[in-house]
Design a protein around this ligand. Structure first.
Ligand SMILES: *[C@@H]1O[C@H](CO)[C@@H](O)[C@H](O)[C@H]1NC(C)=O
Length: 213
C-alpha cells in the first residue's frame, strides 16, 4: 500500500517525464506507474516544487561560493558521474541497502548518459528538484514552507562548501553537494533507508528529464 501511495505521488510530481529505469531494479515498480487508476490532476502540488527551485536558483545566483559549487563546466557528465559515484555508494552502504552497488551504479548511469554540457542552472535544478520532490512525496514540502526549505537547502550546501574548501579538499564541490543533500534531508527527517530507493528514482529521473528537454 505505502509504496503505491508513494509512486502515485511521485508520478504526479514527475508529470510527463519518462520513467525509463529499465536497467535498474526499479523496473519492478514501473508496472504500478502505468496502472490506470492514477488520478491525473495535481496542478497545485507542483507549484511548491517550482517555488523551491526558483528560490534555490536565486540563492545560487547570488552567492559566490554556491556559484562555484555548481560550476562543473570544466568536466563532462561522464566525469561528473565518476566523481559523485563514491559518495552515492557510501550513502547506500551507510544505510545498508542490500543492492547498494547496483542502485548506485544505476544512479550514475543516468548522469553519464546526459548528452549536454553541464552548466550551473541545470545542476542546481537537478539537485533542487531531487530534494524537493522527495520532500513533497513524503508530505514535508508545501507552498507555505517551500521558500524557507529552499533557503535551508542552500545554506547546508554553503556551510559544507566553506568547511571543505577551507580544509583544502580537492573534491570540495562534490563533497559539499553530497553532504549538503544529506544534511538537508536529515533536517527534514526524510533521510532513511526506506526513502533511498525513492531518492534514487527521483534523482535519476531529473537527469533523464534534463537530457530530454
Ligand atoms: C544550461 O543547460 C541547459 C540544458 O542543456 C540549457 O537548456 C540551458 O540553456 C543552459 N544554460 C546556460 C546558461 O547555458
Amino acid at each position: 500500500m505505502q509504496i503505491i501511495e508513494i509512486v502515485l505521488i511521485l508520478l504526479s510530481v514527475l508529470q510527463g517525464t519518462r520513467v525509463s529505469l529499465a536497467s535498474s531494479h526499479y523496473s519492478q515498480v514501473i508496472p504500478i506507474l502505468i496502472d490506470d487508476t492514477l488520478v491525473p490532476d495535481y496542478p497545485a502540488d507542483l507549484s511548491s516544487v517550482a517555488l523551491f527551485e526558483a528560490t534555490f536558483q536565486e540563492e545560487v545566483r547570488t552567492c559566490r561560493i554556491l556559484r562555484e559549487v555548481f560550476d562543473f563546466s570544466d568536466i563532462n557528465p561522464a566525469e561528473f558521474s565518476k566523481r559523485v559515484y563514491p559518495y552515492i555508494l557510501s550513502t547506500h552502504k551507510k544505510f545498508k541497502l542490500l543492492n547498494a552497488l547496483q542502485a548506485s551504479q544505476s544512479c550514475v548511469y543516468h548522469i553519464a548518459k546526459y548528452q549536454k554540457k553541464l552548466n550551473r542552472s541545470i545542476l542546481a535544478r537537478i539537485y533542487a528538484n531531487t530534494v524537493s520532490k522527495l520532500a513533497f512525496a513524503k508530505g514535508v514540502l508545501d507552498e507555505e514552507n517551500a521558500e524557507d526549505l529552499a533557503l535551508s537547502f542552500a545554506s547546508f550546501i554553503r556551510e559544507n562548501a566553506r568547511r571543505f574548501k577551507k580544509a583544502g579538499d580537492q573534491d570540495w564541490k562534490i563533497k559539499s553537494l553530497a553532504q549538503g543533500l544529506e544534511d538537508f534531508l536529515r533536517s527534514c527527517n526524510i533521510l532513511s533507508r526506506k526513502n533511498i530507493p525513492l531518492l534514487d528514482l527521483v534523482f535519476a529521473n531529473e537527469w533523464i528529464e534534463a537530457g530530454s528537454s
